[in-house]
Design a protein around this ligand. Sequence first.
Ligand SMILES: [Cu+2]
Length: 667
Amino acid sequence: MTHNLLHRQRWRPERGWLALIVVVICLACSTPTYAAGHPLEPITKEEVATAMKVLQANGKVGADIRFPVIALQEPSKADVLAYKAGTPIQREAFIVVYERATNDTFEAVVDCTHSVLVSWKKIPGVQPPLTEEEVKLTQEIVHADPQWQAAIRKRGITDFEHIQVDPWSAGYYHLQGEDGVRVVRAVSYYNAGSVNPYARPIEGLIAYLNMNTGKVFKLVDTGVVPVPKTTADFDDRSVGPLRTPPRPLQIAQPQGPSYEIHDGEVSWQKWHFRFAMHPREGLILYTVGYEDRGKLRPIMYRAGLSEMVVPYADPGPAWFFRNAFDEGEYGIGHMSYPEEADTDAPANAHFFDAVFADERGAPFEIPRAVALYERDGGLLWKHVDEKTEINQSRRARELVLAWIATVGNYEYGFNWIFHQDGTLEMDVLLTGVMEPKALPAAGQHDAYGHLVTPDIEAVHHQHFFNFRLDLDVDGPADNGVVEMNTVALPPGKDNPYDNAFIAKELVLRTEQEAERNLNLETARVWKVINRSVKNAVGAPVGYTLVPGDNAIPYAGPNSSMRKRAGFLNAQLWVTPYDANELYAAGDYITQSAGGDGLVRWVKANRSIDGKDVVLWYTLGVTHLPRPEDWPVMPVIHTGFKLVPTGFFDRNPALDMPSMTVKRAAGN
Ligand SMILES: [Cu+2]
């Protein structure tokens, strides 16, 4: 949801000896590692260093040059699918380069295998995501501004060192002096005597910064509002009397986990997949397939979060611009902290470090950024034969691949859950601290939020996520998308008892036909099929996107946010595969006017029938804050599933052996 990146400081071992010891132990016990060789292997520190050396040698590194994105340049899909283990490969890095003084952005591709600059191009009229350096700079620039200092003194505050200043992306509002300039809007919080600054907003005071000159160019002050006195910390000491914790629940895997990892590929209960962390997208799943009768059948080539936006409902001068594109504007992918076993993930989790680079091109590692673990999955299937009383029952196991991002005040978790029945689920978790608003007097809140304490309102907002799902159902060729609508038949000669309902299939043939929304009335779902592969009942094999909860945007279609987040115009989009189309709102979001990404691509109205197709699913949560969400929210879950639909010929988990003693007759 948000914006402030102050908590985005990278994890550093000097934060505590204990943390360091834990890391050492976990790395030692964390057996799975990436073996060198596969083209989709995550970028390494050495490759980042090589890429920087090549840029340096080509005169592309200077005192004023920054590198907001350094990531693996993925090889072509065709090359990856044709890859044979042991074949030599060329590894490349993709780099976004920003020159602050001139506000120029460039893209570079470096061949790290042969240390060669492959391409260098200027991308006109765009701006890269905010860097961590700019987060720190925002606070320095604001603290040094005499007008802001006067406004703070007017509020009776003199200890400026206790004011945290968060940068918000500027958005695009045709405001004077903002075109062609890198702008940040800064929000201040008073954090004296409080770990959590978000209980103490300095309401109505917004500084507009020109990041190219390093100056505040405008200060919005809507008048003095008392800074809330509440502390909203939630460590054990601050919470008050603690409950008796539950007694230990031990998860033991005495024979180790059931998954194996070979050359970076995870295999578990017939599932096969790869994964990597990307500085922008976060956790990416690659080459997902399922073993069926001795054959590995492809399901999805690549899946990742393609964009996010969190628009707020308050129209006032201190709030109208608050809509954070956490991926395109902030780079949610590298906003991870080391996960802790037994809290962030269960005790049996294995962790994987992520390699990123800072804005100066120095590689760094976030330890334990991704967790992989098995957990109990409840009941898999069951039936008791009433005559013999034989209970055929199977317990399910799940495999979870988990990543958590901390984006300022909010946390987002993303769990890919692999089920034994062929279902692949995305479980999105929302937690953290809501964005607060201080009130003129206790209880005097407006219509745009709800009180969470007598002197704090949390403003209404929505969280939208778009997932790019490159499904390859039994391979990339000859895929298509069918919409399923369940409808009641009218009463009549063919339906004399008025009980009939049927499933209607609608083939979506073009991009514009495939711009679709949910429909509860028709239980609408979308199935990706492969017409050249038929199942036992003679139908094309398929995988269905089954939505969970969702939301429609409340900001108007002509609002700046909606123009920039065109992916909110529909919940489903389908495009023919194009390696260059990765981000639902376009490649560069910072201060963009909009109209990029899906809305631009689908204008061509390309055919999606019988093609390699990509599904884009927009998922939303409408968040009307409750007191129970304060001071830290219990996790909200949302997500979707990819469910086999005639992909298998029978229940694919039928071959799960019985693990229990049969119930004795008569019990
Ligand atoms: Cu929320």
